[in-house]
Design a binder for this molecule. Structure first.
Ligand SMILES: NC(=O)c1ccc[n+]([C@@H]2O[C@H](COP(=O)([O-])OP(=O)(O)OC[C@H]3O[C@@H](n4cnc5c(N)ncnc54)[C@H](OP(=O)(O)O)[C@@H]3O)[C@@H](O)[C@H]2O)c1
Length: 254
């Protein structure tokens, strides 16, 4: 049996209708997991779940819409998953928001709170809903998609970077709390990845050429290049790893 095998594991992934979340859902299903697709739009989630079921067999995926800013919506996501599959073995907190670009002094209180709420507090909520069953079973893995923004200063997306640094600290704190019950909590910190999230940058030929020059691998990443790390953290392959962050950035932060 491969250490990466996820046969029978139930995985909830927020923000999985597109981008890194969708690529991760496919890779998790490829390794045998049953996946719960979630984003704000039910129809977009239904379409991804249908694609996964067509490729990996009926019952491989379900779709439950939830806005991460809505606590009741997240509880509904958890409840529907338990109703369909009976349990949650792996939680991937992937969805996030970045509503503001500019100097820190220019961000409104409302925008700042939205970033902190959506990128930290929502992860705290969802983890609090799911962790008790994992701890009771003495088994579980929680993955938070952070960013290399959380490792560096930024004059443009500072609040977002604060939230992503806090995600890494959330993982460290919870790794301490949950470790005795064999529930692991880790982060992934991607560099620039070709998704809608960063479209403004990679669609501009001048900006992307400049950005590529700063990357030792001389290119931005594809969502599929993050998905393998999600499988690693979800599976027994990472069974001795907790509280840490995997950086996948083409070498930018070295
Ligand atoms: N792309 C990059 O360069 C990059 C770099 C570092 C880190 N990241 C991180 O990677 C994660 C995924 O980003 P991505 O690049 O894959 O983005 P993306 O392609 O834009 O996809 C975002 C996903 O999240 C969903 N979503 C957005 N707001 C939501 C909300 N309030 N509640 C629930 N779902 C929501 C979107 O679907 P709906 O619109 O239907 O809700 C979509 O499924 C984020 O945490 C991001 O910070 C990205």
């Amino acid at each position: 049996m491969s250490q990466f095998d996820l046969t029978g594991k139930i995985v909830v992934i927020t923000g999985s209708s597109r981008g890194i979340g969708k690529a991760s859902a496919f890779e998790l299903a490829e390794h045998g997991a049953k996946v719960v697709i979630s984003s704000r739009k039910q129809d977009a989630c239904d379409a991804v779940a249908a694609e996964i079921n067509a490729k990996f067999g009926e019952g491989s995926a379900i779709a439950v819409a939830a806005n991460i800013s809505d606590k009741a919506g997240l509880q509904h996501l958890v409840d529907e998953t338990r109703a369909a599959f009976g349990r949650i073995d792996v939680l991937v907190c992937n969805a996030a928001s970045n509503p503001y670009y500019g100097p820190q002094a220019g961000i409104s209180d409302e925008q700042f709170r939205k970033v902190l709420d959506n990128n930290i507090v929502s992860n705290h909520w969802l983890i609090a809903m799911v962790a008790p069953e994992m701890r009771a079973r003495q088994s579980g893995s929680i993955v938070i998609v952070s960013s290399i923004g959380g490792l560096r200063g930024s004059p443009i997306i500072g609040a977002y970077c604060i939230s992503k640094a806090a995600d890494m600290q959330l993982a460290r704190n919870l790794a301490h709390e949950f470790g005795p019950d064999n529930v692991r909590v880790n982060c992934i910190a991607p560099g620039l990845i070709k998704t809608d999230f960063a479209r403004a940058l990679w669609e501009d030929p001048a900006r992307i050429a400049e950005a590529n020059q700063r990357v030792p691998l001389r290119r931005i990443g594809e969502p599929e290049e993050i998905a393998g790390a999600v499988v690693f953290l979800a599976s027994a392959a990472s069974s001795f790893m907790t509280g840490q962050t995997i950086v996948l950035d083409g070498g930018v932060t070295i």
